[in-house]
Design a protein around this ligand. Sequence first.
Ligand SMILES: [Ca+2]
Length: 294
Amino acid sequence: MKLKSLLKMVSASALLSVSAYASSTTTTTTNDNGDTVVTVITKEGNVTTTVVTTTDAIGNQTISTKTVTDEEIVEISRGFLTLPDYVSRNTTPDVSWDVVEDVTLNQLIDTSVKEIKVKQAINVKVTVLGTGVTRTSTTTTGSGKKKKTVTTLSSVPTTGKMQVGNQAWATVHTGNEDYVVLNKITYETTAEPGDSFKFQAWYEGGTVRTHNDDEVLTLVNGDSIPTNKASHEAVASAEDFLKPYLNVDNTLKLGSLDFVYVAELTHNTSQKNDSGYDLQDLIILVSVSPVYSR
Ligand SMILES: [Ca+2]
């Protein structure tokens, strides 16, 4: 079998039929000859049928029908083609292929536990979505009626680290919000079954929070996000940082193999009513993908 037709088979296996629904529109016009032209376009699933009926002055009809089928590729499957290194003239090479089933996050890692466990060999990529620890300081000048108080808001650097299995701790973020580059991969590694993910973060001068603490949340696709306002109106909230990843109902719309760590670094769970408990001190996105090997 030719490589091209094999590739065709692989892509054909990725086609998913679209559930059937029908909608139809009808338009009526008059052409240059004075004939009445009725066009009915019906869309049923991925099939669009256009029927044009032309009726002249004495009632003669011409009907034309055109059908177009859209191939909707909903999901691309991954696969392997195994080809020989050399092929002798006039021989038929042995070619085999396999489609790898698409996987879910839960098949790769267990996010139901605080220390996330790795189930299959995976690639790990980390990006930072935001950090927003601030400090306010006030200075007073003058006295009496000339007394003036100025409040200054400054951002405070944070640090986030991750450890995968027995590998060294890696710094996935350090600095204030000026050091966050969206979509930049700040750490990349692989993990083996049995490894676990450890996470820790702190703000400059603060205590270390880890994945085991209640102030560090692990959120996956479909989870509700924190709706806490930021401690100061000039600072982005958790919702602001997660805005590119939200459904209309404010649940997370992550990639199916992503999760986020949301860390509250300045306050603890007994201070949930304090404006500083804003769950936007450091937000990290972790994307995993299976390592395919044969
Ligand atoms: Ca905070």
